[in-house]
Design a binder for this molecule. Structure first.
Ligand SMILES: [Zn+2]
Ligand SMILES: [Zn+2]
Length: 296
């Protein structure tokens, strides 16, 4: 699937939307409405809002406010408040996505054993350019880079960043597994790479799965085991084994690190993932969309 059409169609829209907020006064209006939202949530009248923003020229203020309606600001019964899009814009600014271009970084640290079976090295982690990067200090395994917003890093001690960042990345994976794009909220499709017209398998020892957004075209690759993260079958087995998987960083998720997976049927597509949970090997059978169809 290609997203070219979508991006071309929305390119003009996107430019217009960015243009709408490209003004200090409009940013100040959004900020003021955010303050109103978190204080009483009832919205603000024109005069209250103008006073908060501190613009004396009523005509100029009205012009800028009008540009933000209806995308970012809603007007109802003579009161102004943020739309979800307006609130999301402020939320993203708070998380540092737009402002922290030269954001925080955390120096490389070792967090555990490398999961490659014939490697005695350590898994390393570092944070820079908005990504938590996992690699190995010994072997040349493909490094993982997961997007983690600056606020997650800044609101924790440096020593805790690898674990908290890993928990955040598991959340992103679960979100994708539930079918929502982490960038645009659009629908995600999961396909085994070797049955996908545009992708070649690229992961050693795994059944490559492509997670692809039908709206924006964002995609990522993972082993088939990754689609089991957050699935009720694995969550309940882990819970019965005394493991709260949400609290465990991914390099300590032995059920994932020691899992094996292979395509067992092509028509219809069936993928078998075997994972050790609670001292027992469990075998999960997934279909071509990576839904669990059977487990034992
Ligand atoms: Zn290694
Ligand atoms: Zn998307």
């Amino acid at each position: 699937m290609t997203s070219d059409g979508f991006l071309t169609d929305s390119g003009v829209e996107l430019e217009r939307a960015f243009g709408l907020v490209a003004s200090d006064t409009r940013i100040e209006i959004l900020r003021a409405l955010w303050d109103v939202r978190v204080s009483d949530g009832e919205g603000a009248s024109f005069s209250e809002l103008r006073e908060r923003v501190g613009v004396s020229d009523g005509g100029r203020f009205n012009y800028h406010l009008g540009k933000l309606v209806p995308e970012f600001v809603r007007k109802r019964e003579e009161r102004y408040s943020l739309t979800h899009t307006g609130a999301k814009l402020i939320g993203d600014a708070v998380s540092g996505a737009y402002t922290e271009t030269d954001g925080p970084s955390v120096r490389q640290a070792a967090v555990g054993d490398c999961h490659i079976s014939d490697c005695d090295g350590s898994t390393t982690v570092e944070y820079r350019d908005g990504e938590l990067r996992f690699g190995c200090d010994t072997c040349d395994r493909r490094p993982d880079a997961v997007p983690v917003p600056p606020i997650v890093v800044e609101s924790n001690d440096a020593d805790d960043v690898p674990v908290v960042g890993s928990r955040f990345s598991m959340l992103t994976v679960e979100r994708t597994n539930r079918g929502f794009c982490h960038l645009c909220d659009g629908p995600i499709e999961q396909t085994v790479a070797r049955f996908h017209p545009d992708f070649e398998p690229d992961l050693d020892g795994s059944v490559d799965v492509i997670h692809e957004c039908r709206a924006c075209g964002e995609w990522r690759r993972s082993g088939a085991r990754g689609t089991l993260i957050g699935h009720p079958a694995t969550v309940s087995l882990l819970y019965d084994a005394g493991i709260d998987y949400r609290a465990v960083p991914h390099w300590e998720q032995t059920w994932l690190n020691e899992a094996t997976e292979r395509v067992v049927d092509e028509d219809p597509v069936r993928v078998a993932v075997t994972a050790p949970i609670g001292g027992t090997e469990h075998r999960f059978t997934l279909d071509g969309s990576l839904d669990v169809v059977d487990w034992e």
